[in-house]
Design a protein around this ligand. Structure first.
Ligand code: HEM
Length: 158
């Protein structure tokens, strides 16, 4: 299911690979596909000019804001940024995924894909090594140990 979805998303703009690599208004054009950097996407964060990134693809959703069944607020919160996680968290239908094609304008620059992946990894490893992960169970174990000893002591003395 997950793979199927990713395949659908990957197919959306797969242009034949070409050796042409042209610079156009600061954006890289390769085989007809435009590559945008995170910086370029970031400035399109207004209600009259809204872009988002989902699975390394860039979408201009300005005309979709009012039509979005989930409301425009949630889209504006993600405007100019990577909305992959929030898009997936909602569990959008196949129809919603197919709608994305209409708004596709290009792909995220390779360097920035790497940067996003690294950021996601840092966040995950930060969560798992968080001190609260082991501190709470450790305190619970100490409390149980003390209560047990107290209980045993009471029984022996009575
Ligand atoms: C261009 C990108 C998006 C498209 C084409 C899209 C499309 C849709 C569609 C068609 C629905 C109706 C339910 C469905 O068919 O799944 C929907 C619902 C919804 N979407 Fe999106 N969506 C997009 C991005 C987002 C993002 C980035 C968020 C979160 C920040 C979001 C949050 C929601 C929510 C909360 C609902 C309502 C779910 C419910 O009421 O059950 N959507 N969207």
């Amino acid at each position: 299911m997950g793979e199927e979805i990713n395949e659908t998303l990957n197919k959306q703009c797969s242009e034949p690979a070409s050796a042409t690599n042209v610079e156009e208004n600061g954006e890289t054009v390769e085989g007809g596909v435009k590559y945008y950097t995170l910086e370029e996407v970031r400035v399109h964060n207004m209600s009259h000019d809204t872009w988002l990134i989902i699975h390394d693809k860039v979408y201009d959703i300005t005309t979709f804001l009012e039509e979005h069944p989930g409301g425009e607020e949630v889209l504006l919160e993600q405007a100019g940024a990577d909305a992959t996680e929030s898009f997936e968290d909602v569990g959008h239908s196949t129809d919603a995924r197919e709608m994305l094609q209409q708004y596709f304008i290009g792909e995220l620059h390779m360097d920035d894909r790497r940067r996003l992946a690294e950021e996601a990894q840092d966040t995950n490893s930060g969560e798992s090594s968080s001190w609260t992960m082991w501190l709470i169970p450790a305190i619970a174990a100490i409390v149980v140990g003390v209560m047990y000893r107290y209980y045993m002591f009471e029984h022996k003395s009575s």
